[in-house]
Design a binder for this molecule. Sequence first.
Ligand SMILES: [Ca+2]
Length: 244
Amino acid sequence: MRFLITIISLCLLSQTGFAEEPGMVHFEPAKMDLPAKYQKIKPFWLDKMEVTQRKLIHYRQSTRFKDVPQYQAHFVKNKDQPANLVDWFEAATFCQREKKRLPTADEWMIAAGVKRTYPWGEAAFDGKNANICDKSCKAPWALWRIGDGYERVSPVGHYPSGATPEGIFDMAGNLWEWTSTRASGGVLLLLGKEQPREDFMDEVIIKGGSYGSHPSQSKNSAFAKSPTNFKASHVGFRCLKEGP
Ligand SMILES: [Ca+2]
């Protein structure tokens, strides 16, 4: 039995010699071909998928929100959709519960690809690599030649050809993603030096663009700002774990 456990443990070790984190991808910026400011960032793991409605509902049922009807998301038909209508505080608390945190904008950028235009590379939007403002979108900037199948939110992992080479999905389009980088500079962490205040209007960077934003907003280098207490249908999140 012990032999079997040892074999299983060895199988869970990655090529670099440490245990894999299920559902996450590892980055070691110091060993990557990156500009100096990124290489200083400590190693981390990032969720392959945005946090789903299924996970958020499960989380809410274990919190003080469990009896609050509007927090039960019973209107969500597809629980594999990414969680939206989540303010920064709830997203950060969700990650903390998983012993993770929200990524900084720079960490997010490393995962999306500092030297790539889009998470998958340089190819333009083709309806198969991301859920963006396509022909079904009502905005004036819709890409009317492209049909990606969704006017609004699509399930996570629906566009495999839009994944990064490392295997992270939906970094462009579908939902913007919360980061912990303050729009005015610095990092906002639940347990960090700069404590967030729910009564104070703070703004953080969001990344990736959404099903409704201008396609240029889904470039890796693009960003927008959002108030931390904002619950939006076009903003979701994924979590990061620090470690080797
Ligand atoms: Ca779309």
